[in-house]
Design a protein around this ligand. Structure first.
Ligand SMILES: Cc1cc2nc3c(=O)[nH]c(=O)nc-3n(C[C@H](O)[C@H](O)[C@H](O)COP(=O)(O)OP(=O)(O)OC[C@H]3O[C@@H](n4cnc5c(N)ncnc54)[C@H](O)[C@@H]3O)c2cc1C
Length: 507
């Protein structure tokens, strides 16, 4: 099947599934393929952070994810030898509807996302591999290897979400650039006995290498250890995992059974460009790094949320493809920061000798600094991500004290309540596909504003004393913030900033 105006998503991992579902919701014809004949049962990424949950809420999948996972309220960095707490991060006070980490095995996350994609009419085509692509000004010619032979198809756009060994990345002639000193991890999903609170994730510093413990459902947990190069061995033995767990947690955690065991080598690298004409790279295809902080899958999910609505404006509504450069502009720096911070976190967790002493002292001091815990919690939850300097962030007129600015993530709107008096969250509003234009008080003409926005989104009136409006993007960030609800400002934002044709914004 060719979808000449549509999108081919390569890879049905978490990133590809989010991209495909969001595109489908926004009315874009989409195919998603995966080389694997069946979904993987490798547990891999086990944490979904608050900012990703806010985006996944728009897809309506959070209750299903929560039913399969465990809410974890905080994170602790402890000395693996003595058990002394070096720093704690309490997530319960973070400014999000999801003040926790959701620990859930990746196959469960993928199952829920694939189920949602299917509800939206997008079924993963399995056993189908992208092997070649060429692009011209109007589309992309792809070759797909299937059990029935090669298929040639023409699509409008390709999203390369095909993971760390991305074929798409190779086919557009780019590569990951970074530090390939190759840290090795032993990891396993195990059953544990411990008196440690299962509501807290942990990183243990240790002279032999850091250890991490992520509690899953019941007595199951993910353990990860930085280890020396294991050579050709594909996986650690259960005995090795038991011993590592005992040593690096100071005997505080005992392994009673093992499920998935693997060695895993990680590099710290990123592609220089996420956009290659009509081909966009997302997730591990674009950036790889240490699992410290559990940011990998989350960064990819947020890449997909950022890209999908822009691609929908281009593929379905005729926006100038130059809009897609803002995907690079907004997401590349986020990926670069994740690579930098996870590298540093891994090095800190592994430091020994005088450096280890220095690290412990620094953590002790930092842990007592006012605001340190809150700042670390918001950072871990990825709530500090924003795009205030983006070319898509437009602030018009005066800025009201305390109000969110263009480019920041949209806070829940004050003055919007259900019949029973409970407040409505911005992520609920975003369950309607497209933009949400929040109009304050009695400012503006809702009919005219609705006409300008057309089928790009919904206009919502807030019961507020202030004037002005805020245009919430489908990924939850604020595009336009204005001190007056002037329809012309919206029209100009759509045509001049989002580069939509005047006809779309004029109807
Ligand atoms: C062993 C291991 C352990 C990990 N542990 C953690 C962890 O503890 N915490 C963490 O945050 N992250 C971890 N990660 C990383 C995390 O799994 C990734 O960040 C996440 O899976 C990225 O999702 P993705 O969709 O970009 O890529 P992937 O999940 O890799 O999905 C890519 C998909 O593309 C398919 N594909 C590849 N090539 C083609 C092609 N040519 N045509 C069609 N389909 C193709 C693949 O079959 C695959 O299904 C781990 C990764 C590995 C490998």
């Amino acid at each position: 099947m060719s979808i000449t105006s549509g999108v081919l998503v390569v890879g049905a991992g978490p990133v590809g599934l989010v991209a495909a579902s969001q595109l489908a919701r926004l009315g874009v014809p989409v195919r998603i393929i995966d080389t694997l004949g069946a979904p993987t049962d490798e547990s891999r990424a086990v944490v979904i952070h608050a900012r990703s949950l806010e985006m996944l809420a728009a897809l309506g999948v959070c209750p299903r994810l929560e039913a399969r996972g465990r809410r974890v309220d905080g994170f602790e960095i402890a000395d693996g030898t003595t058990g002394a707490t070096r720093a704690t991060v309490d997530l319960t006070g973070i400014p999000s509807r999801h003040p926790f980490m959701l620990d859930i095995a990746q196959p469960d996350t993928e199952r829920v996302l694939a189920e949602r994609a299917a509800e939206l009419g997008v079924v993963v085509e399995r056993g189908v591999e992208l092997t070649a692509l060429t692009q011209d000004g109007d589309g992309v010619e792809v070759t797909l290897r299937t059990s029935a032979g090669d298929e040639r198809a023409r699509v409008g756009w390709v999203v390369g979400a095909d993971g760390a060994h991305s074929t798409t990345r190779h086919l557009v002639g780019t590569r990951l650039e970074g530090d390939f000193h190759g840290q090795h991890f032993a990891m396993a999903d195990v059953e544990v006995e411990t008196s440690l609170d299962p509501g807290t994730g942990r990183m243990f510093t240790h002279p032999d290498g850091l250890a991490m413990l992520f509690p899953l459902r019941g007595t199951r947990a993910r353990v990860i250890f930085l280890v020396d190069d294991p050579g050709d061995a594909p996986a650690p033995t259960p005995e090795r995992i038991e011993a590592l767990t005992h040593e690096r947690t100071g005997g505080r955690v005992r392994v009673t059974g093992s499920h998935w065991l693997t060695y895993f080598e990680i590099h710290h690298a990123q592609v220089p460009q996420y956009r290659h004409g009509r081909v966009l790279l997302a997730g591990d295809a674009a950036h790889i790094h240490s699992p410290a902080g559990a940011q990998g899958m989350n960064t990819g999910i947020q890449d997909a949320a950022n890209l999908a609505w822009k691609l929908a404006l281009v593929a379905r509504h005729g926006a100038d493809p130059a809009l897609l450069d803002s995907y690079q502009e907004e997401r590349h720096p986020v990926g670069a920061e994740v690579v930098r911070v996870t590298t540093r976190l891994t090095d800190i967790g592994t430091a020994s000798g005088p450096l280890g002493v220095l690290r412990n002292a620094a953590m002790a001091v930092a842990g007592h600094l006012p605001g340190f815990g809150e700042a670390a919690a918001e950072r871990l939850a990825e709530l500090t991500i924003g795009h205030p300097g983006s070319s898509l962030a437009v602030q018009h007129g005066g800025h009201r004290r305390g109000a969110a600015r263009a480019g920041e993530h949209a806070p829940d709107p004050a003055g919007l309540r259900r019949a029973d008096g409970t407040p409505v969250a911005v992520e609920e509003l975003l369950q309607r596909p497209g933009f949400v234009l929040l109009v304050h008080g009695d400012d503006g003409d809702l009919g005219e504003l609705g006409d300008v926005l057309g089928d790009l989104g919904t206009v919502v009136r807030l019961d507020a004393d202030e004037h002005g409006m805020a245009l919430v993007r489908p990924d939850g960030y604020l595009g336009l913030v204005a001190d007056t609800a002037d329809p012309d400002l919206v029209r100009r934002y759509l045509t001049e900033v989002l580069r939509l044709p005047a006809t779309v914004a004029a109807t």
